[in-house]
Ligand binder design. Structure first.
Ligand code: MG
Length: 156
């Protein structure tokens, strides 16, 4: 089964930018109830979607104090446990981050390692790509960051 995920967060000065569990040096960071890791949020939605288990809003309500400033990698570990409890395992994950700056290429492998470790996958099964929005739209104006993810999950 395949699942798809998408997430957006607003960017603002004085906030931290965390993507794929890696803290990046950036003029702008995400405004969010959690750590605002759009990549990990999109991946969690893809994993939950593959098994028709709803979305992260259902599993981690942002009205809950428990998830304030939450580390998205630990949320991802929770999602992995949910998948395992369903008698399923992750085959692979592919994703794309859309962000104008900073350049993400030097950090991609660190993000892949963080995510692979969190869900017990070989790093080769975790793909992360990055693109800008060619200065177009909200990403192009540096008002936000977006991420798309797809995951294949297999029932045992
Ligand atoms: Mg989010």
């Amino acid at each position: 089964m395949v699942g798809f995920g998408y997430d957006v967060h607003r960017l603002a000065a004085g906030e931290t930018l965390v993507l794929g569990g890696v803290v990046l040096e950036s003029r702008l960071g995400t405004v969010a109830h959690s750590d605002g890791d759009v990549l990990v949020h999109a991946i969690m939605d893809a994993l939950l979607g593959a098994l028709s288990l709803g979305d992260i809003g259902l599993h981690f309500p942002d009205t809950k104090e428990e998830w304030r400033g939450a580390d998205s990698i630990s949320m991802l570990k929770r999602v992995h446990h949910i998948i395992q409890n369903e008698g399923a395992h992750i085959v692979n994950i592919d994703s794309t981050i859309v962000l104008e700056a900073p350049r993400l290429r030097p950090h991609i492998d660190a993000m892949r390692a963080r995510i692979a470790e969190a869900v017990g996958l070989d790093i080769k099964r975790v793909s992360i790509k990055a693109t800008t929005s060619e200065r177009l739209g909200f990403v192009g104006r540096e008002e936000g960051v977006a991420a798309y993810a797809i995951a294949q999950v297999e029932l045992e």
